[in-house]
Write a protein that binds this ligand. Structure first.
Ligand SMILES: Cc1cc2nc3c(=O)[nH]c(=O)nc-3n(C[C@H](O)[C@H](O)[C@H](O)COP(=O)(O)O)c2cc1C
Length: 190
C-alpha cells in the first residue's frame, strides 16, 4: 500500500482471526466516543449501537446468532460484536434523513481508526439478518439496521479454518486512483 497515507489508515485492516483477550472497558468507551465525534448532517448524530462482549454471554450470543454462517464461523472468537443502526428521520423535523447511513459510516470510520490506534481491529459485516436482529432486539421501525462489526485484538491465523487462512495474509487490493478520479471521460471509471 501507499507510503503516503497516515500510519493509522495504512495499518487498519479487517482480520478474521481474533485473540481470546477481552477488550478493556475504558477502550470500549473510547471506541464509541470516537464514533460519536464524527461529523453528521445537521449534527443529528443518527448512529446507534447495540454491543455485546463475552462478559455478557447472553447478549453476545444473540448478536452472533444474527450473522450468516460464514461470518459466525470466524466472529465467534472476537470478544465484542456490535450491531450498527441509524435513525431514519431527522429529530428536528421528522423528515427522512437520507444522510443517516452516510453519517453512520463516518462514525464507524472513526471507530475503526481509534481501534487501530489502540491495537484493536474492527471487521465490518453485511452478512447478517437485519430481520432477525430487529426481532431479537425489538428495534423500532424508525431505525435502519445497517451493519455488524466484530472487534478485538489480533489472533493467530492458524486458528481459522484452512479456507480462511490465506485471506488473512493476502495483499491489500485497491483500485488505482486514476480509476476513481473523473477527468471528463466516464469510460475510464468503469
Ligand atoms: C459494509 C461492509 C460489509 C462487509 N461485509 C463483510 C462480511 O459480511 N464478511 C466478511 O468477512 N467481510 C466483510 N466486509 C469486509 C470487507 O471484505 C473488507 O473491508 C474489504 O475486503 C477490504 O479489506 P480491509 O478492510 O482489510 O482493507 C465488509 C466490509 C464492509 C465495509
Amino acid at each position: 500500500m501507499s507510503e503516503h497515507v497516515h500510519k493509522l489508515i495504512e495499518n487498519r485492516w479487517s482480520p478474521r482471526a481474533f485473540a481470546g483477550k477481552g477488550i478493556e472497558k475504558e477502550k470500549i468507551k473510547q471506541l464509541f466516543l470516537a464514533a460519536s465525534y464524527a461529523p453528521s448532517c445537521f449534527n443529528e448524530q443518527p448512529w446507534r449501537f447495540i454491543y455485546g462482549t463475552k462478559d455478557y454471554p447472553e447478549r453476545y450470543e444473540q448478536l452472533l446468532s444474527c450473522l450468516v454462517e460464514f461470518n459466525q464461523m470466524w466472529v465467534k472468537t472476537a470478544p465484542m460484536i456490535i450491531l450498527a443502526l441509524s435513525a431514519k428521520n431527522f429529530a428536528r423535523n421528522k423528515k427522512e434523513n437520507t444522510y443517516a447511513r452516510y453519517d453512520l459510516g463516518l462514525a464507524i470510520g472513526n471507530m475503526s481508526l481509534q481501534a487501530t490506534s489502540m491495537g484493536l481491529y474492527v471487521h465490518q459485516m453485511a452478512g447478517f439478518s437485519p430481520d432477525k436482529a430487529r426481532e431479537i432486539f425489538e428495534v423500532p421501525g424508525n431505525y435502519d439496521i445497517v451493519s455488524m462489526l466484530a472487534v478485538g485484538y489480533l489472533g493467530d491465523p492458524l486458528q481459522l479454518p484452512e479456507s480462511l487462512q490465506e485471506l488473512e495474509s493476502s495483499e491489500r487490493d485497491r483500485k488505482e486512483l486514476n480509476t476513481l478520479l473523473f477527468d471528463g471521460d466516464w469510460s475510464v471509471l468503469e
